[in-house]
Design a protein around this ligand. Structure first.
Ligand code: DMJ
Length: 643
């Protein structure tokens, strides 16, 4: 006996066989053409067989089969009180009136099945008449339809929220001619970087300016997410490069898709993509950026599904599966990664009215607040399964840096209402000053790293951002030590400038030592490179805003000239492998942060202070400006701390 499940008994069981494009949209996209032909043949043969069997078999057998099917499929809810009996799941129907109704129903269904099968046969025959190209075109059209439908589903409008007071989105044009010319030079460099990326790397994450093709690293996963476009948007906007901005917007609108089977860094995607999209939204008011930022944030949320709520370092955007870097101590997550989500996530909750983002980062905050810290220092590694610290390595450079930055900026961004964040920042900086900050024999202040119970007298280029951070945090510091922190910022700026000045190219090495007779100089060959990083220039800019000491513009101009001279190639800008060599080789990468940060900070250094004033804007760690949220006057669900 044929199993009922295989019998084409009703319109519900076996829908009208449409072998054309709309029958199985998801499977069809993946079928190859030859497979499709074979499938069509098999199906049409099968239908013909069923059709023939149904009409040419003796009547009794037809009824037997039909009844079996009807019993459990078509009239499952027969009222047994009217003569039907339920025997082990099968219904035996009563006589007379019921039987007549039953026969009519059978007849109606038989007619429907016949019509459906005839239609399906016709469609199958039609399909077989078509050429391969026609079928391929149909498949493509249907694929496009599915993609459009998915896009529509994803682009739900977000609830309107009152925008914060967006002050200082202006040209910032300096009156001084010399400063204006310098600023124009920086704008020209931005155009050179963008135009070459546009020509040779468009849609790729980054550019190889010498090979003149796209480039990517594992932080962006294996897909082309246009990292440079998203990272550069707000710089283009600020510089008044509006045509380029619109090109970027158009690409994002049409191509930026997060439903990809790609494992990305949660931290990098947050600071570059979500930060970049949010800043572009606030500056330009274009909804598409907000919508994309929220879609992307939704894809990062599964990374928080760990026993402690400390997110994984990486997440697959499609499957939501997360994991940590293989090199991180004892399977740990990294302080600078899970601790650098706060600003963007608070903005996401603010813009969507959905507390989910806010709750995720506040959970991290609360967990960290409760933990014991060796010497008051935060180790760089925390295991997301056990909630325990990994190796006791503390750094204000790589692996630790932006965690401290975001504590301070969370406070600033909340209009100074988030006093918990300020307290955590003050405590952390006090411990850092006590255990990590030292003066070299030559009088240079440096920030070392705590490793295996002792201080390593080495400072990274990344650590140089801290000069700006100390200056930014001076106002509002504990015991009114504003002067002290501004001075500390100036000392770090000076040390980092020395690290540039003591090289052949006047560009800073990746790391430099204060040990064994050297000061602010790289010793190991693999620490002599410069990859277009922004941190030193970032500190010059903050110091300029707070002091207006002309030396910061002078140092910024030295760096601009060195970059233009040694990193510029005809296909864009490249990092160099050895800043102490007079004939350096290129690394052939134009990093997206060069457009997001390095050139933006340089441009702001030569602009008036009323362009993005620091009382109203807070820059995320990738230099994407986000407005201060006056949360005291805002109802943000799940936000008791600020009310
Ligand atoms: C940027 O992506 C960010 O500044 C990050 O915080 C650390 N470093 C790079 C640039 O050097």
């Amino acid at each position: 006996m044929t199993t009922p499940a295989l019998l084409p008994l009703s319109g519900r069981r076996l829908p009208p066989l449409n072998l054309g494009a709309s029958a199985f949209p998801h499977h069809r996209a993946t079928l190859r053409l030859s497979e499709k032909f074979i499938l069509l043949l098999i199906l049409s043969a099968f239908i013909t067989l069923c059709f023939g069997a149904f009409f040419f078999l003796p009547d009794s057998s037809k009824h037997k089969r039909f009844d079996l099917g009807l019993e459990d499929v078509l009239i499952p809810h027969v009222d047994t009180s009217k003569g039907g009996k339920n025997l082990g799941g099968f219904l035996i129907h009563g006589q007379g009136h019921d039987e007549h109704r039953h026969r009519e129903e059978e007849e109606r269904l038989r007619n429907k099945i016949r019509a459906d099968h005839e239609k399906a046969l016709e469609e199958a025959k039609e399909k077989l008449k078509k050429s391969r190209d026609e079928i391929q075109a149909e498949i493509q059209t249907e694929k496009n339809k599915v993609v459009q439908e998915l896009k529509k589903k994803d682009s739900k409008p977000l609830p309107p929220v009152p925008l914060p007071n967006l002050i200082g989105i202006n040209s910032g044009e300096p009156a001084d001619l010399d400063i204006r010319e310098k600023r124009n030079k920086i704008k020209e460099m931005m155009k050179h970087a963008w135009d070459n990326y546009r020509q040779y790397g468009w849609g790729h994450n980054e550019l190889k300016p010498i090979a003149r093709k796209g480039h990517s690293t594992n932080i962006f996963g294996n897909s082309q997410m246009g990292a440079t476009i998203v990272d550069a948007l707000d710089t283009l906007y600020i510089m008044g490069l509006h045509d380029e901005f619109r090109e970027g917007q158009e690409w994002i609108d049409k191509n930026l898709d997060f439903s990809v089977n790609s494992e990305v860094s949660v931290f990098e995607v947050n600071i570059r993509f979500i930060g970049g999209l949010l800043a572009a939204y606030y500056l330009s008011g274009q909804e598409v950026f907000k919508i994309k930022a929220v879609q992307l944030a939704g894809k990062l949320l599964p990374a928080f599904n760990t026993p402690t709520g400390i997110p994984w370092a990486m997440v697959n955007l499609k499957s939501g599966v997360g994991r940590n870097w293989g090199w991180a101590s004892a399977g740990s997550s990294i302080l600078a990664e899970f601790g650098t989500l706060h600003m963007e996530f608070v903005h996401l909750s603010y813009l969507t009215g959905d507390p989910v983002y806010y709750n995720k980062v506040m959970h991290i905050r609360k967990l960290l607040q409760k933990m014991d810290r060796p010497n008051g220092l935060y180790p760089n590694y925390l295991n997301p399964r056990t909630g325990r610290w990994g190796q006791h390595h503390t750094s204000v450079g790589g692996l630790g840096d932006s965690f401290y930055e975001y504590l301070l900026k969370a406070w600033l961004m909340s209009d100074k209402m988030d006093t918990d964040a300020r307290k955590m920042y003050d405590d952390a900086i006090e411990a850092i000053e006590k255990h990590l900050i030292r003066k070299s024999n030559g009088g240079l202040t440096f920030i070392g790293e705590w490793k295996n119970g002792h201080l390593e007298r080495k400072m990274g280029h990344l650590t140089c951002f801290a000069g700006g951070m100390f200056a930014l945090g001076a106002d509002g510091s504990r015991d009114d030590k504003a002067g002290h922190y501004l001075q500390l910022g100036a000392e770090i700026a000076h040390t980092c400038h020395e690290s540039y000045d003591r090289t052949t190219l006047k560009l800073g090495p990746e790391a430099f030592k204060f040990d064994g007779g050297v000061e602010a100089v790289a010793v190991r060959q693999n620490e002599k490179y410069y990859i277009l990083r922004p941190e030193v220039i970032e500190t010059y800019w903050y110091m300029w805003r707070f002091t207006h000491d002309p030396k910061y513009r002078q140092w910024g101009w030295e760096a601009t000239q060195a970059i233009d001279k040694y990193c510029r190639v005809s296909g864009g800008f490249s990092g160099v492998k050895d800043v102490y060599s007079s004939s350096p080789t290129y690394d052939d990468v134009q990093q997206s942060f060069f457009l997001a940060e390095t050139l933006k900070y340089l441009y702001l250094l030569f602009s008036n202070d009323d362009l993005l004033p620091l009382d109203n804007w807070v820059f995320n760690t990738e230099a994407h400006p986000l407005p201060v949220l006056h949360l005291a006057n805002t109802t943000l669900s799940g936000n008791p701390a600020y009310r």
